[in-house]
Design a binder for this molecule. Structure first.
Ligand code: SAH
Ligand code: AVI
Length: 350
């Protein structure tokens, strides 16, 4: 099997718009194994990356349109206002986006970057094929000068491509970094730092700490779309793993954990159920009232985050926020960690 760098080169050469990352072909087995690992543990958990099949990606887009879910519209407004300034700092670069989804907000950046270039290269990376295809259609309709090569796979499987894309800006929006726990976050930054050449850029969107009532409302929208997103995890298990779960017996539970400074999103089972994982010929018992952790969403304080990023060789060049200081966009440069300056960081522009 060819590695991702070869696959990517071949895809660009042949004009293909989607490249499957190695391993993407075994997605049902990967799903089955991940579910079995999480349900064997105590307390039980499920990995949030599998929230995003075609239906999950569609539901996430619907979440972003709910009045209570402020992060998307707040970040979009920051991007609309500052995309030109970001382009001024980075100059002409390839845009690589991790967890790009439908790439809706990215269009602000594509606008700013394509204005200055005959051809702009855009490389979105996402586990959701359907989201990449939707993004590809929308970008083809709105831009005639963007060369789109999507990578269908995990962040980790795509990072080795970064060496061949320099000069570049890697984009990670939506505060999706907040869905990683501390260990995953450390491993992620270490791996990005290992693959991103010095002098390249990273644009990071992060949701900031705020009144827990605002946070809890964002993850418990009145229309119940986030609850459907949670339930879709189990619907996907029924579709792909033959799990036979009674979805009506699952409740969505989302609350702020002050101790861990994160939202925690669970599925709670009203009654006992047996979950089958047909591809592995395994089954798991869930007790009445038991809850399964599906997702965390960490919220940030900028001074701590800036210090943390510096440890991995990322220096804040510019930071942007909104009037309420609810969300921030950090433009980072990958620099040699041994020369990180101890000077204070520039204040965030509004
Ligand atoms: N960036 C968009 C979408 C965020 S939703 C926005 O800000 O609105 C998170 C996206 O990351 C989804 O499209 C999901 O399919 C993708 N994703 C989740 N885990 C992933 C992983 N491990 N590797 C690659 N993509 C992942
Ligand atoms: C993709 N991610 C940043 C979203 C979040 O806010 O943590 C996922 C989400 N889950 C429920 N609502 C939104």
């Amino acid at each position: 099997m060819s590695d991702i760098s070869e696959r990517f080169r071949d895809a660009v050469g042949s004009g293909a718009t989607l490249v499957p990352a190695p391993g993407a072909e075994d997605s049902v087995l990967a799903f089955a194994r991940s579910v079995a690992a999480g349900l064997s543990d105590a307390p039980k958990w499920l990995h949030c990356r599998f929230l995003y099949d075609a239906e999950g990606s569609r539901l996430f887009e619907a979440i972003t349109e709910q009045p209570e879910y402020y992060p998307t519209r707040t970040e979009a407004a920051i991007l609309a206002r500052h995309a030109g300034k970001i382009r001024e700092v980075t100059g002409p670069v390839t845009l690589v986006e991790l967890g790009s989804g439908y790439s809706v907000k990215t269009e602000h950046l594509l606008n700013a970057y394509s204005r200055h270039a005959d051809t702009l290269r855009y490389v979105p990376v996402d586990v959701s094929d359907s989201a990449l295809r939707a993004a590809s259609r929308s970008i083809a309709e709105n831009f005639d000068d963007v060369q789109f090569t999507g990578i269908a796979g995990t962040y980790g499987s795509a990072l080795p491509v970064l060496r061949q894309l320099s000069p570049q800006m890697v984009i990670f929006l939506g505060s999706t970094i907040g869905n990683f726990n501390e260990g995953e976050s450390t491993a992620f930054w270490r791996s990005v730092a290992g693959h991103l050449p010095l002098g390249d850029f990273f644009l990071l969107g992060v949701d900031l700490e705020k009144d827990p009532a605002i946070l809890e409302a964002a993850y418990n929208d009145a229309a119940g779309v986030t609850a459907r997103f949670t339930r879709n995890y189990f619907a996907r298990m029924n579709r792909e793993l033959g799990s036979e779960i009674d979805l009506d017996e699952i409740e969505h539970l989302a609350f702020w954990s002050p101790a861990r400074r994160r939202m925690e999103i669970y599925a709670r089972f009203r009654s006992a159920q047996t979950i089958e994982i047909a591809p592995l010929d395994q089954s798991f018992e869930i007790a009445a009232g038991e809850r399964i952790l599906l997702e965390i969403s960490r919220k940030y304080r900028l001074p701590q985050l800036t210090r943390e990023l510096a440890k991995f060789g990322f220096e804040v060049k510019r930071s942007f926020t909104d009037e309420k200081r609810w969300f921030a966009l950090l433009l980072l440069e990958r620099i040699d960690a041994s020369v990180i300056r101890s000077a204070p960081q520039p204040p965030a522009s509004r």
